[in-house]
Ligand binder design. Structure first.
Ligand SMILES: [Zn+2]
Length: 139
């Protein structure tokens, strides 16, 4: 294996945790990420498969955090579409609104819908703190 920055072959495999910034809470800590580090220029690289695994883990944490929100803060797709002045089918294709699956349909976070209407970005910090082991998240 050759470093893509300095062409060194002095590369080690490292396993460790890292913080990731998040759309819905300050930071998320992910453990056991495998990456490679060039011992000559300190370039860190992560392969695509590992990046996908990390991304899926962040999504799982997001889903669990959203599920902890009180159900009374969610509205139906019809209500959300009406607030936004769009059809339900357009709403279903819209990204950037916090939603949760309940049975066969998604429910939309009221605050997120209002924020999306105002700014075009419905994400906000639902948990204004770092998610590490202070919040117990089970997989
Ligand atoms: Zn290097």
């Amino acid at each position: 294996m050759v470093c893509s920055r300095c062409n060194s072959t002095n590369i080690v495999k490292v396993k460790g945790g890292s913080f990731f910034s998040s759309k819905i809470c300050d930071h998320i800590w992910i453990e056991d990420i495998t990456h490679k580090r060039c011992k000559d220029c300190d370039l860190i690289s992560i392969d695509f498969k590992e990046a996908v695994r990390v991304s899926e883990k962040i999504q799982q944490i997001h889903d669990q955090l959203i599920l902890k929100l009180p159900i009374g803060g969610f509205i139906s797709p019809q209500q959300a579409a009406e607030i936004l002045g769009i059809s339900v089918s357009t709403l279903k294709r819209t990204k950037g609104i916090i939603k949760v699956r309940r049975g066969m349909m998604f429910l939309y976070d009221k605050i997120s819908v209002a924020k999306y209407k105002d700014t075009g970005d419905g994400y906000y910090f639902i948990l204004n703190r770092t998610v590490k082991d202070r919040v117990k998240i089970e997989f």
